[in-house]
Design a protein around this ligand. Structure first.
Ligand SMILES: [Zn+2]
Length: 133
């Protein structure tokens, strides 16, 4: 039997998160790591990927404080969303669970895959957030 390759989809990405693992799709041709995974490399257009586990630690590159939130997040506003650069260089957007006045560019953050009460639809990234490391 051929080895079962798990599809490089956002659903599979979330399944890994449920297992407490942050997995990205690494292009076997050019080495670019895609987070979230995508079926086609945006760098070399290869479809040949492998899963790699990534460190959930990173630092904050930039952020915005959301005051007017989508209805399912209104109870949390104001809150911050930012772009976090993980230790291997991959950048990923996410919500930052910290008081906006305590958030600083460059601060160390760690990704948390804990429960997120909001039931938001993909592609708005409901199932993880960042917290101060
Ligand atoms: Zn590639």
């Amino acid at each position: 039997m051929a080895e079962q390759i798990q599809a490089f989809t956002i659903e599979q990405f979330y399944k890994h998160l449920l297992q407490g693992k942050l997995m990205g799709a690494k292009c076997r041709k050019c080495g670019k790591v895609h987070l979230p995974p995508r079926p086609l490399c945006d760098s070399c257009f290869s479809k040949d990927f492998e899963w790699i586990e990534l460190s959930p630690k990173g630092k904050l590159l930039t952020y915005t404080v959301i005051h007017v939130a989508p209805s399912q997040f209104q109870g949390m506003a104001p809150y911050a969303v930012g772009i976090v650069q993980l230790e291997n260089g991959v950048k990923i957007p996410g919500m930052i669970r910290a008081s906006p006045e305590h958030i600083k560019i460059g601060m160390p953050l760690t990704m948390d895959f804990g429960t997120c009460a909001a039931t938001q639809q993909w592609p708005q990234w409901p199932r993880y957030f960042f917290k101060p490391a």
